[in-house]
Design a protein around this ligand. Sequence first.
Ligand code: ATP
Ligand code: MG
Length: 370
Amino acid sequence: MIVHRLSLQGFRNLEQTVLEPDPSVNIFYGQNAQGKTNLLEAIWLFTGARSFRGAKDSELVGFQAEKADLSLSFTAGGRLQEAVLSIREGRRYARLNDVPLQSPAGLSGEFCAVIFSPEHLSLVKDGPSVRRAFLDEAICPLRPRHAAILAAYHKALIQRNALLKDIPHHMDLLDTLDVWDERVGKLGAAILHARLRYLARLLPKAERLHQSISNSHEQAAFRYESAKGLQNVLDDPGRHASEIEQALRAAMRERRRADLETGVTGVGPHRDDLTISVAERPARSFASQGQQRTAALALKLAEAEVLTDVMGEPPVLLLDDVFSELDGSRRDYLMHHIDGAQVFITCCDPQELASSAGAVFSLSNGQIRR
Ligand code: ATP
Ligand code: MG
């Protein structure tokens, strides 16, 4: 996946520009608040996903502009493609090779990028929902149906939970619970099955990458953790979807009384976690800032490797300010093991990176100069 040209108009603080990056490593340096992260965000939006900063579409348009127009020409699978995004009235509109798409999500799987930004420390530091979202978002470009299954699952969960709360007041509703159990069980098992297959590819890579980046000083272990009754089924990556569904339905039956008492569904993919430990201790509580960053980086680079395996070419790597908390040897590893992919790196001080770069750009007050 190679970006040949990016043009921007009216996007955040960035001046109207046409950028022609190098196919290898591109470095964007500048002081704080000049537009470095905005630039990576602009490229990222062509994956069809929402902003990695959780920004609303309306926030992406420059303060002085009415709309933002972005276009990206890139090669994917040897084919030259042209994607166009227009952001106006709080919405994003996408076109691919001049064909309007129903939604920007239609770009998913067409343009592939992996972003690593300071926010990704939350993968290690924050609660399980961040890690579940990471898994599901990483699966989406590989399995286009995953997003629809997730949406249907969450809708079914909301309905089941509403019913759980109603049943104590209307016991005649108890019979309808079976219908929702079946639906939640089926969709939940599809999510678990997709996660399991993805993790079987991801985790060995993440553990190996972690060891290499940290120069074998420490070992990281990543483990998918689910409810008691489900865990032994999920520990075997070769499980068939129907076996997972059976196990999930059994776990739901076992929890039914507790669910009726609490009014929430207590078992299923929405409760699981991907736990991370470094040197055999939970990274969330014990790892240093640099160790946490290394573990998060290993996961993200593993995500890129899985995409490379499946797509047959590396995704574009967007690395926002990654070097600030890594020591010399970890930086070295990173700079020398990301070859093959086109990389966009932002930093404040380009000194030690410049010699390995294909192109160096400065960013000042929204202006990009090579
Ligand atoms: P840092 O090194 O601190 O991470 P950065 O170069 O990555 O800085 P950005 O996050 O890209 O900085 O933000 C640059 C500037 O863009 C900020 O000062 C911000 O106020 C401004 N900005 C954000 N959204 C908009 C917008 N919609 N219109 C205009 N300016 C915006
Ligand atoms: Mg930034």
